[in-house]
Design a protein. Structure first.
Length: 244
């Protein structure tokens, strides 16, 4: 039963004329939809949430040298990233927006470690066991699709819409990921669920492989173990700054 006083109607087609009160955006299951059917409002909320989480962690000294570097990494993973990437499994990210998120993700981490933004964060993330942005988003989407397949109702919807081809839907993104990670292990799997699990395993294995014979990663990890934490920001910047 629809309660007319509480129900908010949203018009996606501006050609439809109604005398009722119209709104520009609404939230459904945590995802913000606007009348133009864009993701901009949701991404903005994610950025604001990430900065709000960072400011709330200031009382723990996350922006100082007193807190253990690895504890800073854990707080980043547990409190900041979930707010930044909340609902990201439903967002189709163009290259420009993806680069914006990568820049924001890296800059927040650099701010926590008090190093200038004009440096790379790749080795720092590896040393802190923080998944790179591209891989993190891929894992989020793969896990979400796998959960949809395990649910009887949503799996029926997936089966019904298999023949419908859209350019920017979740299904097309998942199959692009499956094609991108062309691996013998992946080819040997039969069901879609098994192929998704194989891709998730490959992504994690590739991240661990980046640590092998990586001198910069080893040096950054060594710096993070310094007993004199006052030296860490300077030493880190010397290692990860852009070299021209």
């Amino acid at each position: 039963m629809i309660q007319s006083k509480k129900t908010v109607l949203m018009v996606f087609n501006k050609d439809i004329k109604r005398d009722q009160l119209s709104i520009e955006q609404t939230k459904y299951l945590g995802f913000i939809l606007d009348s133009k059917y864009t993701d901009e409002h949701h991404l903005v909320k994610g950025k604001q949430g990430a900065f709000a989480s960072l400011s709330k962690l200031n009382f723990l000294g996350i922006n100082t040298n007193y807190l253990c570097p690895f504890m800073k990494g854990q707080l980043f993973k547990i409190f900041i990233r979930p707010t930044l990437y909340y609902g990201m499994e439903n967002v189709y990210l163009h290259k420009y927006k993806l680069n914006q998120i990568k820049r924001l993700d890296g800059n927040i981490l650099k701010k926590i470690f008090m190093v200038p933004t004009r440096c790379r964060s790749t080795s720092l993330k590896l040393a802190l066991n923080i998944t790179p942005v591209n891989e993190h988003i891929a894992l989020i989407k793969l896990e979400f699709y796998r959960r949809l397949m395990k649910n009887r109702y949503t799996n029926l919807i997936i089966e019904e819409t298999k023949s419908i081809t859209l350019e920017k839907d979740l299904k097309s993104e998942i199959f692009k990921l499956l094609e991108y990670y062309d691996d013998p292990l992946l080819q040997s799997q039969l069901s879609l669920s098994e192929r998704i699990e194989a891709v998730r395993y490959i992504i994690k294995a590739n991240i661990n492989a980046e640590k092998t014979c990586n001198d910069e990663y080893e040096n950054v990890k060594e710096v993070l173990h310094f007993k004199n934490r006052e030296e860490i920001p300077t030493k880190l910047f010397d290692l990860i700054k852009f070299k021209f």
